[in-house]
Ligand binder design. Sequence first.
Ligand code: AOS
Ligand code: ZN
Ligand code: ZN
Length: 388
Amino acid sequence: MAGREAAKNVLRTQRIELPSWAFGNSGTRFKVFAQQGVPRDPFEKIADAARVHAHTGVAPTVALHIPWDEVEDYTVLARAASDAGIALGTINANVFQDDDYKLGSVTNPDPAIRRKALDHLFACVDVMDRTGSRDLKLWFSDGTNYPGQDDIRARQDRLAEALAAVYERLSADQRLILEYKLFEPAFYTTDVPDWGTSYAHCLRLGERAKVCVDTGHHAPGTNIEFIVAFLLREGKLGAFDFNSRFYADDDLIVGAADPFQLFRILFEVKQAGGLDQDSGIAFMLDQCHNIEPKIPGQIRSVMNVQEATAKALLVDTEALAAAQAAGDVLGANGVLMDAFNTDVRPLLAELREEMGLDPDPMAAYARSGYADEIVAGRVGGNQAGWGA
Ligand code: AOS
Ligand code: ZN
Ligand code: ZN
């Protein structure tokens, strides 16, 4: 087993970004179950995110979603975040929740609607200029429901044109992160359905265009760690949207459905240097807590990523390389499984104590009284945006 101290040193510097929308009410198209005490505005979302960081020590940024987190002055919001001990992170654009986008946003056959979508993307870059965010994350719901509905190649041309315009608008220290998703809401064709499409567009755009891998956005059975390894090798992995799925884009707590898959992904990341502080990979959560409480849901998610990372760091890579070179199939597999089957919770508890944190973040949050405080202090909290 690789060194515990070396593993702790990496875990200490790990950074996981929280999504602002995880703190608001969310649900499915059947029902949104409202919870008491949820944030009423972006400032309260930031306060909740700061609580998650206070208990975990590794979640110092929160991603915003425009317009769900729209405020008059983003410098004020950025200051509120820094006063709370965190910072604003990735800006997520929204060109999917407007009647005009029924047939698509940047790939819409109507040039006026394409213009409207592009203007929103430019407005998101304006927000980044004020928040100091590095990344603009783009997910397009664009696609078609029926064969013949629109020209597949023409839609790719429109997409490429919009992406080029946005990329051009970015400053030298800003990046475009293009997310893909197999289907939903479009059911026949999706304009960015897979990593290959995202990669091809990013390749044309340039160095600062990278792919976002949302772990819930693949067909069942897809080998996600292969995609991750490939993109890392090409220098094109920009970000993760971590979550769990059983069936489709379930947005459940990361590591809940398949902790082994999360470990395999993080092992590939680690092997390619992706855990180095300057790797440029944003490790984000993209989750909704429909039935569980939001803040503990986020704390648990951060802990799950930490546990999978710790296991990935404990893999004895020398023994693994030796077994691989010797063609020792079972030996190599055994080395990997030894690390995966290690209980890393004591190591993480030790690390938290060294970082001046409570070794048990869930219990510490429960004891803190914050949950009662927000229930008493916030009446009429907001929906995250989904289903709004
Ligand atoms: C949608 O399915 C994607 O996962 C996006 O990342 C989406 O924009 C996000 O969930 C909310 O902003
Ligand atoms: Zn996502
Ligand atoms: Zn998604």
